[in-house]
Design a protein around this ligand. Structure first.
Ligand SMILES: *Cc1c(COP(=O)(O)O)cnc(C)c1O
Length: 411
């Protein structure tokens, strides 16, 4: 039987173990929510302090040149590009996922006149579906969002579809779509494709250029540890960059922003995806956070993610299964993301009991406890200890108290 000593041994042999020291993890906390808000890298803390005290505090407007504020969206974008299988110059950091989705979706729809269907699936993150619904009702010309089951996506790609809009890694089940097959089918049918990498970037190996994806979007506050509300990224395949025009444009995407011309002329390349001024403090935090990844290969990250998830499920089923805890979603550990959802009728209260004992995951309606495993800072011992705390909460019925049943607004 697997023991805590075995977990310690796995940690000792892990090639990523030195990375944990790059993060500021609160003492005594087992943080398993890096898929929702990554922990603070020490480099980001230093950079924010410098940005506030020196760049904002002393150098003020001269910082645009002196401290390279103007290049941050592209510079951070290039660091992310390497992790998601894209090339330098094809990713820019700006806005939020939802806004970036609006931009690429509007640009893609305009490239396929005559086709009226935007295709997505029921496993997609609701905000993505809302953005598509909003765009359809704004256009008011018969465009329509078609939502199918995740297993039906491949067959639902037909010649009336203008854009396929899919999230690679499901935020609940962790199931990964086959990017290669779906992208190829989309192109075969003449559709454009947008991949949402929110739960993929920093967790699974990138393959955007390998599969010849058209567009991708993703956020930076999850596995990339950019900090609360840090700006998102958008990828446009170089072959399309100068061929598209989003419905939302602004001066930072203009060919000459400081010419202050009255008419919009799109910048060349990925720059045209920029709209307005970015949150510089947040952008600096992200840029510094991304340096932690400079010597990392995503295959190593993914290998550890798969092992941690498989171990967590194995231990949870063996030690907590009798209490009615079951796995939600994919058991295919070779093809899934880096988080695990466990179901239980009292999932909300159990998660509150875990959080009060410093094991931090989150709750997803209606009955899921979600645990994210960030291979750069989570250890195999974290996995072991978290299951032990869960077992203790269940064995002792420690979740069954009034304070753990009250729902908070952010779960
Ligand atoms: C987290 C997440 C988002 C969040 O979008 P924001 O606009 O950045 O808040 C979008 N899509 C998916 C799939 C997500 O997991």
């Amino acid at each position: 039987m697997f023991t805590r000593t075995d977990a310690l041994r796995l940690d000792d042999a892990c090639t990523l173990k030195h990375k944990r020291a790059a993060f500021s993890i609160p003492e005594g906390m087992i943080y398993l929510d890096g898929n929702s808000l990554g922990v603070l890298p020490a480099s980001a803390m230093t950079r924010v302090k410098r940005t506030v005290e020196i760049e904002w505090g002393q150098d003020l407007i001269t910082s645009w040149h002196k401290h390279g504020w103007g290049e941050l969206p592209q510079k951070a974008g290039d660091k992310i590009a390497r992790l998601i299988g894209a090339e330098a110059g094809s990713v820019v950091v700006t806005d939020t996922i939802s806004i970036n989705l609006f931009k690429v979706l509007s640009a893609a729809v305009a490239k396929r006149p005559g086709r009226k269907i935007i295709l997505s699936d029921s496993g997609n993150f609701p905000s993505d579906l809302y953005v598509a619904q909003g765009l359809c009702s704004f256009m008011a010309d018969g465009h329509e969002l078609r939502v199918v089951e995740p297993e039906e996506v491949y067959n639902a790609i037909t010649e009336d579809v203008c854009v396929v809009m899919i999230t690679e890694t499901d935020y609940r089940s962790a199931r990964r779509h086959n990017m290669k097959e779906i992208t190829a089918k989309a192109h075969e049918k003449g559709c454009l494709i947008i991949w949402d990498l929110a739960h993929s970037a920093g967790a699974v190996p990138g393959q955007l250029m390998d599969v010849n994806a058209d567009f991708a979007i993703g956020c930076t506050y999850k596995y990339l540890n950019g900090g609360p509300g840090s700006p998102a990224f958008v990828f446009v395949n170089p072959r399309l960059q100068n061929e598209i025009l989003p419905a939302l444009v602004g001066w930072w995407g203009h060919a000459q922003p400081f010419a202050f011309e009255q008419n919009y002329v799109a910048a060349q390349g990925i720059t045209r995806m920029q709209v307005g001024t970015w949150p510089t403090i947040s952008m600096q935090a992200l840029d510094a956070a991304l340096d932690v990844w400079a010597d990392i290969e995503m295959v190593d990250v993914y290998a550890k993610a798969q092992k941690m998830c498989a171990l967590f499920v194995e231990l949870a089923e063996a030690r907590c299964g009798a209490h009615g805890v079951t796995l939600y979603g994919s058991r295919d550990f070779a093809h899934r993301g880096s988080h695990v959802c466990l179901r239980h009728t009292q999932a909300y209260a159990i998660m509150q009991a875990l959080i009060s004992r410093r094991v931090i995951g989150d709750f997803r309606a209606p009955d899921m406890m979600r645990f994210g495993f960030a291979p750069l800072y989570n250890s195999y011992v974290d996995v072991w200890d978290a299951v032990e705390v869960l077992r203790g909460v269940l064995d002792g019925g420690l979740w069954d108290v009034e304070e753990f049943r009250e729902r908070k607004a952010v779960t």
